[in-house]
Design a protein. Sequence first.
Lengths: 278, 354
Amino acid sequence: MSDTHSLTAEQLTLGYGDRTVIEDLDLVVPAGRITAIVGANACGKSTLLRSMSRLLAPRGGRVLLDGRAVHGMPAKELARTLGLLPQSPIAPEGITVADLVGRGRHPHQGIFSRWSREDDAAVAAALEATQTTALADRAVDELSGGQRQRVWIAMALAQHTDVLLLDEPTTFLDVSHQIEVLDLLTDLNRTRGTTVVMVLHDLNMAARYADHLVALAAGRVHAAGAPADVLTVDTVRAVFELECRVIVDPTSGTPLMLPIGRHHMTADEPVAAGGRAG
Amino acid sequence: MTLAPSPSPTPGAAVAQRLGSVRRPRSVRVLWLLVVLAVLVAVMTTSVAVGSRGVGWSEIVAALGGSSETIGEAAVTKRIPRTVLAVVVGAALGLSGAVMQGVTRNPLADPGVLGINMGASLAVVVGFAWFGLFSATSIVWTAIAGAALAAVFVYAVGSLGRGGATPLKLALAGTATSAALISFLTAVALPRGDIAESIQSWEIGGVGGASFSGLRTVLPFLVVGFAVSLLSARALNSLALGDELAAGLGERVVLARGVAALGSVLLCGAATAVAGPIGFVGLVVPHVCRLLVGVDHRWLLPFTALTGACLLTASDVVGRIVARPSEIDVGIITALIGAPFFIAIVRRQKVREL
């Protein structure tokens, strides 16, 4: 198990230009657990993640890692503890999988230091964990979407951080690859004790895989806690302006949200605002 | 998919061993390194031996020993600094282009295409015309200042609008700026018959008018430029993954980009100061080198310097022999090679975007 690190946001205010996206937000990320951040489009999920990895300086408040403001920490030191996988990273044309994963070692290397055996071992372990060892000498451009996402996660693993932030790691993946990636992150959390924080679109996946669910609305934390407490009819109505039912997922025992639209509803189901059309 | 805790103290050691050969095809790179070095020695030899005047081996050997008694020996003595200059300028331009492509993440970046060489040229000519800056040292300073101004201006213009500095926008901004700077240059130079000769000998000179004293003046700038550029290799590797990921990997993105750009501008500014504007070397060379050694800048950057030296020296030799007894400027030869290459890259990018 790795060391546990505390990651918190205190009265955080974030924005771009004259637009404020996050206002006065307080958040505690439980150490050694999986946290999922959900919310409507443009509610500031990605912005919050960017700021926690110090890509975006706060207008007000601060982000603390083990009690230190991340925006005041040396860049490489932070990068050895906290890693970020953005939503759309760029793979240089023609780069091989092994080379790409190797670049995750950057924060562990100085300007003059050479590639070490420790680096080799970290890359090999990352490839192994993501089952991409067989792809090591393939060009990243040639891979399928699911394979490519596993390679990016391998790169993040090679960085060997105790905290890993991921911005929508399952977007653009089909359902089997989504499960594969989320299972992999769970393995990582269970075996290494890595603190995982991810932005997810899919509420049901978030409720299934997260230990701690954070629902954002209007730049604030609307609800946070165990998925069963957070994913409720009221939360969905407030955060997404959507009527729904929540049942217990018979396969996982976690809450499962069933949205109510204007069509295709059975007769005994209350119909969403706007009335039954046609 | 499992992440079983490894029993051994070095997890995945066996895999690491197996990967050794795969992860970095070192042997391929070393082989290409030897090939490029051999080619460099060959073109340097040719450059000293071949010119508009034919000379014998005995004269070459004598000239290399410092003698310049016969006309042949004197010709060879003139070709030695010329060859050294072609090597140094070619290396500077090749490396400068590779760094620029890395900094802007733009396959079309090149000191010529981005208008940076022309910025340096205009600054030098303005220095001649308005400030009487004819000394070798002042030419270098004005060239580098002009290069830096042009770089900042083109990047600012190319970044306007949606999507930031996309490859084509940046290339368009550079080409338009280049065209405008050429008009300015003509406007400044045309009414000034008194400086026409200075301009001509500097601008058209290419590497033909080389002397060791001229080279000595730019050498400190080139040394700093080479050092800064080569030390940026690892930062450029991170920047290639996108700014967000680079920052996540602990790179100070703005600082790293600024430092690398500075190295690149120093190289092409100094190269332009000593040899006039030479285009396309910085464009062609990095693309060829990526095919040979891949996208790792720690290998790519030194390779672009060597290959740039080969290309410019070879172009100079070709310029000397195709139009005997007169010579064709090396910049024209590189343009003849580079222009079709530029079109090919643009077309390929277009296909990729579609």
